[in-house]
Design a protein. Structure first.
Ligand code: COA
Ligand code: ZN
Length: 505
């Protein structure tokens, strides 16, 4: 579990300890429980194979999550098999650190099945709001407390640690919630998860709720399980941690029922950014997100914090100018934290500074007037959603009259070096070579080779025929062929019809 430490970097923003954001507890202690394999598989349309689950579990452990909720064994045979094998990986030392959790309803059959696999912990859930009690469990509050006590004890008798999940806790009557948590604690649960099952809590409410629970029920550690129905899962999770929750439930990419729960990657970065907490190796989260994207079939949107394609790409000229001067002007945290890099797009929102920086990156130096002319052209092309480097160079060529682009040849071009027999007159060989169709240029050179040929062919077969013809010339002892991949046009390139008045390169 990561412990908050004062950040030494100079901090001018709202999240410095004691800054505008409020006074953060300096002894904050928190870790992640990843439930991609349990809650995440409850995403409509998602079903992982057992092998995919093992791979995800291994990566989760590698980046350092404190707990992995591997699944609810009673759901289906393959879910049970995955939980069994993940527990086996822990036993075999393949998973080194993460605690492995099996999920269970508050019924003996589920608990028995979960405990028989010998996980580190069984998590037993039970709805504690009146809505859940009345319409789902059809039990009175007293009956519910008796069930919680009996089932937690039953699991404890199997020798596993127990977490009790108070489902729909944020809609429960507070006094009854306290009774339920006490009951679970007294029956042997060392952790209680407070679930905002329908995602209706606010950060202020969550903070107060956890502060009250910690005061009213000491001797037990709290988890926060925050759903994202109103987009507040991350904020609510952080609020709970500020108020003393020591485990935050997450899934990769925020998978889960309906709008999902708090995304692992966002919580991990936010904990570091705001409280200086390193809960996982951030360099691994992008890889993990891409893996889960592939296996779940749920695409990462370009705007997804931390892992989305756009989130380190700047657009507006004012922003890019700021970022070029100091990235902190428009970045919440450096992309390097998660092994990514920043970029910016070129389009009608671009300004001079961005454009010059991009051109220089492409090795193109232009005068101030040329820069302004290029910028005007860019802004006239409002239909272009963004300009690729290739498009930008084309505009720059039009404006400057210089050839700037690297372009692949339209036909096959090759350079062929020729070595001649030692007793032969090189110039006579050169003359014969110059008569071969497809040989464009013949150059006598010094050094190990005697002649350099520039050859042009329509296709590989024709190139072969030309090289064969070269080899069959009397006096040629050996040849070596190099294909031309790209050519950099020079200022006197043949492409420009308008002349090269302002040639500069
Ligand atoms: N503890 C005890 N019983 C619970 C419960 C809980 N936390 N939550 C629901 N139940 C009961 C319901 O009251 C209902 O019981 P009933 O049949 O006596 O009315 C039953 O569980 C749920 O209904 P249903 O799904 O139709 O029962 P089932 O026996 O066919 O299947 C599961 C049960 C768990 C195997 C099945 O629902 C399943 O595969 N669920 C996926 C996992 C899941 O739902 N997880 C929720 C995590 S928050
Ligand atoms: Zn949930």
């Amino acid at each position: 579990m990561a412990q908050a430490s004062a950040r030494d970097a100079e901090c001018l923003g709202v999240s410095c300890f004691g800054g505008v954001g409020g006074e953060w507890p300096k002894d904050m202690r928190v870790g992640l429980l990843d439930s991609t394999l349990r809650e995440g598989e409850q995403t409509p349309g998602v079903s992982f194979t057992v092998e995919q689950k093992l791979e995800i579990a291994r990566l989760l452990d590698e980046i350092g999550v404190a707990m992995i909720e591997a699944g609810h064994p009673s759901v289906a045979p393959d879910v049970r098999e995955a939980v069994r094998r993940i527990i086996g990986m822990k036993r075999d030392g393949i998973i080194r650190r993460a605690e492995i959790i099996a999920h269970s309803r508050a019924v003996k059959a589920d608990i028995e099945e979960a405990a028989s696999l010998e996980p580190d912990r069984v998590a037993i859930f039970y709805g504690v709001s009146d809505i859940h009690l009345r319409y789902k469990h059809r039990r009175s509050r007293e009956e519910a407390l008796a069930t919680i006590a009996e089932m937690v004890e039953y699991a404890r008798q199997h020798g596993v640690r127990v977490r009790f999940t108070a489902e729909d806790a944020t809609r429960a009557d507070y006094e009854f919630l306290v009774e339920a948590v006490r009951t679970a604690r007294d029956a042997g649960a060392d952790r209680v998860s407070i679930a905002d099952t329908v995602g209706i809590a606010t950060p202020y409410g969550v903070r107060r709720l956890f502060e009250s629970l910690r005061r009213d029920v000491p001797g037990v550690e709290f988890d926060i399980h925050a759903h994202n129905d109103l987009g507040m899962a991350v904020a609510n999770s952080l609020a709970a941690a500020e108020a003393g929750a020591t485990i935050i439930h997450v899934t990769v990419g925020g998978l889960g029922e309906r709008a999902g729960i708090a995304p692992l990657e966002v919580i991990a970065v936010a904990l570091k950014r705001h409280y200086g907490l390193d809960v996982v190796d951030l360099k691994g989260v992008v890889r993990l997100a891409r893996l889960v994207e592939r296996y779940s079939g749920v695409p990462i949107t370009p705007l997804a914090p931390v892992v989305g394609e756009n989130v380190f790409t700047h657009k507006a000229g004012v922003h890019v100018a700021g970022v070029l001067s100091n990235p902190e002007t428009y970045e919440a945290y450096p992309p390097e934290w998660v092994g990514r890099s920043r970029d910016y797009t070129i389009d009608k929102y671009t300004g001079r500074k961005a454009l010059r920086a991009r051109l220089e990156r492409l090795g193109v130096h232009v005068s101030e007037e040329e820069l302004m002319a290029i910028l005007r052209r860019i802004k006239e092309r409002s239909e272009a959603r963004w300009l690729r480097d290739e498009d930008l160079l084309e505009i720059a060529e039009e404006v400057t009259g210089r050839t700037l682009r690297l372009r692949p040849p339209e036909h096959i071009e090759a350079l062929v070096t020729v070595r001649c027999d030692s007793n032969i007159y090189t110039t006579s060989v050169a003359r014969r070579l110059s008569l071969i169709p497809g040989v464009d240029e013949v150059i006598e050179v010094t050094g190990e080779n005697d002649i350099l040929l520039r050859v042009r062919a329509r296709n590989p077969v024709e190139l072969n025929q030309i090289v064969e013809a070269i080899r069959s010339v009397r006096g040629v002892s050996s040849t070596y062929t190099m294909l031309v991949l790209r050519k950099l046009g020079t200022g006197s390139g043949d492409r420009r019809k308008t002349g090269n008045k302002r040639e500069k390169t």
